[in-house]
Design a protein around this ligand. Structure first.
Ligand SMILES: Cc1ncc(COP(=O)(O)O)c(C=O)c1O
Length: 470
């Protein structure tokens, strides 16, 4: 059955207070059994599932870095689902391969990289970060293919970087000690001076600096590491920029300066499924280093699958020539870790095609306007305390606890308690985090395509109206 776009009033059936797993398991008859069911029973079951899913299509859903279901994305997703093909070979995916290559080209051009720059669609921003480390190590050592990791490789990042970096060094066999934490300033941005010192420290102790991973749009605070300065002090190391959240700033006249110096970096993570609302997931790993994706990822044993001539126009498809290594690899399975892979890129390409580069930029710019209106309102509220002036679309705000005589006091757990009340009452799902001293605060994410100032004000008004018990 096709997915249908949300109705005009998609926010009525909020379902944030997910039921306890055991109750839900029984209510929805989730356990599998020997006997099947009839068509009407199956349809009925799917209807109940739909009713019980978490309503991420509501603008009151701010728990993650994505929110909402864009109608044009649903249309593209239907095409993806109907096509039911894989991106591994040109002969199986045809136009979708060209769509991936064109999207990579266009994004690289926005970054300011040469035509020879490359990229591949990966299953999420975490996977893009994994790929960055993999490409960096493939570049750093001629022996890598044969011998694997070097034990003293070190990767420089900050405590504000996404947790996928820890997962990556674990999964890629580098070990947690390979991650070196660079100091941040009082806003949570990498300090280039500290990076310089840490690189030298590692060298003096016999370590081998491998790469630097900067973040463009940190997960909690939405901060941007100073990419240009980082590239300048990185001493020729591979600099990867994780733009899973902040990447769309590329399109924005207001926000592009946050990515200053990106053209100097080696690679970039770009998630189209967060702020831009594409198929979840739709992520790209981009790199300016020609040939590295094939060099790092191509292996033997694919002769049963990869029959086309690499590169060229693919006019006739003569087949069988595997030696022609180029930056335009049409059989995308050779540069990817995946064999079977959905053409989810169609959803992002479709959005970009429909709105144009200007329209995609508007998505970001209008969110900045909304943010500024919300900040103005927050600054007038005695019960709310901003953690910092947000450079991007994360508003981190502490909810102060109502005390006597209309006063408010700081209470470490109050923001979390308030968040749980909003969730329990099916009003809003907003995430929270903690400062170093354990004070909780709300993280409002401005991502939903239909989000208006009133929605955010409404959530915060609900938060302010929560009364302490007793
Ligand atoms: C900065 C950053 N990088 C990477 C990721 C991981 O992205 P994904 O969820 O697409 O794997 C996230 C997710 O929130 C993120 O915030």
């Amino acid at each position: 059955m096709k997915k249908t776009p949300p109705s005009d009033t998609p926010f009525k059936q909020l379902n944030f207070a997910a039921k306890a797993p055991r109750a839900l398991m029984a209510e929805l008859e989730i356990s599998l059994g020997r006997e099947g069911m009839s068509d009407p029973e199956f349809k009925h079951l799917l209807g109940r599932l739909r009713k019980n899913r978490i309503s991420t299509d509501s603008p009151y859903f701010m728990n993650q870095l994505f929110s909402g279901v864009r109608p044009e994305i649903l249309e593209a997703e239907n095409l993806i689902a109907e096509s039911r093909t894989t991106m591994s070979t040109y002969e199986a995916s045809g136009p979708f391969t060209l769509i991936e290559l064109e999207t990579v080209r266009a994004l690289n051009s926005e970054i300011g990289w040469p035509e020879t720059a490359e990229g591949v669609v990966v299953p999420g921003g975490s996977a893009a970060n994994f790929m960055a480390i993999h490409c960096a190590r493939s570049t750093a050592s001629e022996d890598f293919r044969r011998l694997g990791n070097r034990p003293n490789w070190r990767i420089f990042s900050t405590r504000e970087a996404h947790y996928s970096l820890e997962k990556a060094v674990l999964a890629l066999g580098l070990g947690l000690e390979s991650l070196v934490t660079v100091d941040v300033d009082d806003q949570g941005r990498m300090l280039p001076k500290s990076l310089f010192e840490k690189i030298n420290e590692v060298k003096s102790e016999g370590g081998e600096p491998l790469m630097v991973i900067a973040t463009a749009g940190t997960t909690v605070l939405g901060q941007f590491d100073p990419i240009s300065e980082i590239c300048d002090v990185a001493q020729g190391l591979w600099v990867h920029v994780d733009g899973a959240w902040g990447g769309p700033a590329l399109f924005s006249s207001q926000a592009k300066s946050l990515l200053k110096g990106l053209e100097k970096a080696s690679s970039f993570t770009f998630d189209a499924h967060k702020l831009l609302g594409s198929d979840l997931t739709c992520s790209l790993f981009l790199t300016k280093h020609e040939g590295i994706l094939l060099e790092a990822n191509d292996v033997h044993g694919g002769e049963y699958l990869f029959h086309e001539v690499s590169g060229g126009d693919l006019g006739g498809g003569s087949g069988g020539n595997y030696g022609d290594v180029t930056s335009r690899e049409y059989d995308r399975g050779r540069v990817s870790w995946q064999c079977g892979r959905r053409p989810e890129i169609v959803s992002f390409w479709g959005l970009w095609k429909k709105l144009g580069t200007k329209g995609v930029g508007n998505i970001v710019d209008t969110k900045f306007e909304l943010r500024d209106e919300v900040l103005k309102w927050i600054n007038q509220q005695k019960g709310l305390k901003l953690l910092q002036a947000p450079p991007y679309l994360n508003i981190c705000v502490q909810v102060l606890k109502p005390a006597q005589n209309g006063k408010f006091v700081s209470d470490k757990t109050w923001s979390r308690d308030v968040r749980n009340v909003l969730k329990r009452e099916n009003k809003a799902l907003v995430n929270f985090s903690v400062t170093d001293d354990g004070t909780t605060f709300l993280r409002l994410i401005l991502a939903h395509h239909e989000l208006r100032t009133e929605h955010v004000v409404q959530i915060l008004s609900w938060a302010l109206a929560v009364a302490p018990e007793g």
